[in-house]
Design a protein around this ligand. Structure first.
Ligand code: SME
Length: 161
């Protein structure tokens, strides 16, 4: 059975993401249930990456994004494609790295504590499936290393679906 490492996670960000990717593979291996995978994945990232106040999924349902499994405070339930950071990632198919959410036109403030954000689009067999969203209460907290790490984690999540 998977157990979160009792050892301290690395402080070096690249190393941290490597360890989290290994842990995500172990946690998700052989489990194909979407909600089970998404819930455990959100918990792994939320508790593994320092200084996050929200980590979770918005999944595409009937043409809009609907909140899925997450860790953090209750969030906006539905987001239109093209709206906010999540809707922009969904519309463009490109990861949105936002060091200061207050400078992002149309940012949707679900939790007023959020100051920086990364949203990774999730694709399944060439079609939009949803987005993976992480928020930090710290301005400029999230950078290109976090983007690469979140993209790698999201790719692991989407495998075996
Ligand atoms: N800030 C996001 C909304 C989702 S919450 O951060 C959980 C956005 O602008 O799309």
């Amino acid at each position: 059975m998977f157990e979160m490492s009792a050892m301290a996670l690395p402080t070096d960000k690249k190393e941290l993401y490597q360890v989290l990717c290994e842990q995500a593979r172990g946690l998700l291996e052989g489990e194909h249930d979407l909600i089970a995978r998404a819930a455990n994945f959100a918990a792994l990232v939320y508790h593994g990456v320092p200084d996050l106040n929200w980590a979770g999924f918005y999944l595409l349902k009937n043409g809009e994004l609907v909140v899925g499994p997450f860790q953090g405070k209750p969030a906006c339930v539905r987001i239109a494609i093209g709206k906010g950071v999540c809707g922009t990632a969904a519309k463009t198919g490109q990861t949105q790295l936002v060091p200061n959410v207050h400078e992002f036109p149309g940012h949707i403030a679900c939790d007023s504590a959020s100051n920086s954000e990364i949203v990774v689009p999730l694709m399944l067999r060439g079609e939009l499936f949803g987005v993976w969203d992480v928020d930090s209460p710290t301005l400029n907290r999230l950078d290109a290393v976090d983007q690469a790490g979140m993209e790698a984690l999201a790719e692991i999540f989407m495998s075996e679906l």
